[in-house]
Design a protein around this ligand. Structure first.
Ligand code: SME
Length: 161
């Protein structure tokens, strides 16, 4: 694995993701433990973007269960179809929420969270096996650039999970 992360803070968001992606690949190369890899990937995302909360929820039986994350403590279990995470799982698609107060059924793990993006991770049979959840303490923090690159990171996770 790579020893250090190099992210220039002067870059645009898209450029930062581009700089980050090959480093994420290097980070997980040679390690086959999924939890260890997820833990480092979430730490790398936190380090690169200083996201307020970034983590994964893993599909276990009929629920999402909290996995490796960076940020304040969070709810541990989410039912299918509930909240942004459970909806992204049910619909098997990325969801961007500009203002969590406008999302019916949003699960407020913290009142600090104002906007959110959730990206599903698929297995080879196109089933959702986990979701990546990123929260911000400001409104409108996420856009199609985040969606496109987080989906690439979801594909990387899918390849190693
Ligand atoms: N807000 C999420 C729950 C997870 S926390 O934000 C970390 C949701 O509505 O699914």
């Amino acid at each position: 694995m790579a020893e250090e992360l190099h992210i220039s803070q002067k870059l645009s968001k898209a450029e930062k993701y581009q700089q980050l992606l090959p480093q994420l690949e290097a980070l997980v190369k040679g390690e086959n433990d999924t939890i260890a890899n997820l833990a480092n990937l979430m730490a790398a995302l936190k380090q690169a973007f200083n996201f307020w909360w970034v983590g994964v929820y893993l599909v276990k039986n009929d629920e999402l269960v909290l996995g490796p994350f960076q940020g304040p403590i969070a709810c541990t279990r989410i039912k299918k179809g509930k909240g942004v995470c459970g909806t992204a799982w049910q619909e098997a698609k990325t969801i961007i929420v500009d203002d969590v107060e406008q999302f019916l059924g949003h699960i407020a793990c913290s009142s600090e969270s104002k906007s959110e993006i959730v990206v599903p991770v698929f297995n080879k049979n196109k089933e959702v096996i986990m979701v990546i959840d990123v929260d911000s303490e400001v409104l409108n923090a996420f856009d199609e650039t985040d969606a496109a690159y987080l989906e690439k990171i979801a594909q990387l996770i899918s390849d190693i999970a």
